[in-house]
Design a binder for this molecule. Structure first.
Ligand code: SF4
Length: 278
């Protein structure tokens, strides 16, 4: 088994899921384009090395990927709150709403059912191909959108820093399935990671266009304390040959400016709308 295979094994993914109860379902959101936030889960089993959610939630970084809380009463609360709260609901603004546990728990799906009942609008962002399961509901939610994160087109490069998320090949399949079901789906290219985003960039943009995305949104890597050291350590373990290149570019504004211009040019060639995330 290679180093990379070890990151992809089931044992790398935590199975600790705690059932909890929330007191409120919808909270105000200050993110662009969103009025409200809904997070069925806290903690994230996708375990991205660059995740900054634990910094926002003031949780230990190591704990964030190990213990997942499922707010099981959220659909009931949502049903009570939606008649008096209106606007675009960001589903998964802090934690990916399609955790591995969602396959069995169907908590996010129950929330979507309640949203459909109240004719609500939602904006989902995920790295999981499980989102395609809910194409039937998402296509009924007029004015809604689904963003699928794509940091690279290559499954092996994605597995370095997103060890337990769906591989890009599966995300592209989900994107296509959602598009074919009539869901407005876009690609979130973020964060841009040196030695990851730039491997197969032309294929990445082409694959996203082929999958039926309506837009490409781009975000650069925003480092938080300790993050760079963790990323370099992970790279050293998985692909030592890339560590010098990663170290040289990870804080280099010129690198991000250059790759962003390349992405913009590729989008122009394909007639694909481009947007900066923030
Ligand atoms: S999918 Fe999002 S919330 Fe989950 S670990 Fe990755 S960056 Fe963090």
């Amino acid at each position: 088994m290679s180093n990379l295979d070890s990151f992809l094994s089931d044992d790398a993914c935590p199975k600790n899921v705690i059932m909890t109860k929330a007191t409120v379902a919808l909270s105000p959101s200050r993110l662009p384009g969103l009025d409200l936030a809904l997070n069925p889960y806290s903690g994230c089993a996708h375990r991205c090395t660059y995740c900054y959610a634990p910094y926002i939630m003031r949780r230990p970084v190591d704990d964030w990927g190990c213990t997942i809380s499922a707010r099981m009463n959220l659909p009931v609360l949502l049903d009570k709150e939606l008649p008096r709260k209106k606007g675009m609901i960001g589903l998964g603004t802090v934690t990916d709403p399609y955790q591995p546990a969602e396959g069995a728990l169907r908590l996010t799906r129950h929330c979507l059912e309640i949203m459909a009942k109240h004719h609500a609008r939602t904006s989902v962002l995920t790295k999981s191909s499980l989102v395609a399961r809910d194409a039937d509901l998402l296509s009924r939610l007029d004015g809604s959108e689904v963003g699928i994160t794509m940091t690279t087109v290559r499954d092996d490069r994605a597995a370095i820093f997103e060890p337990c998320a769906s591989p890009p090949s599966k995300r592209l399949e989900a994107m296509k399935a959602l598009h074919e079901a009539g869901v407005n789906v876009y690609a979130f290219l973020g964060p841009i990671i040196p030695t990851v985003a730039d491997r197969g960039l032309v294929d990445l943009i082409g694959s996203i266009c082929d999958a039926g995305a309506s837009m490409i949104m781009v975000d650069r890597l925003n480092l938080r304390p300790g993050m760079m050291a963790r990323m370099l350590a992970r790279m050293e373990e998985v692909d030592p040959s890339s560590i010098a290149e990663l170290g040289a570019s990870i804080e280099d504004d010129a690198y991000y400016g250059s790759i962003t211009e390349r992405i913009k040019a590729l989008c122009r060639e394909q007639g694909m709308p481009y947007r900066d995330a923030f």
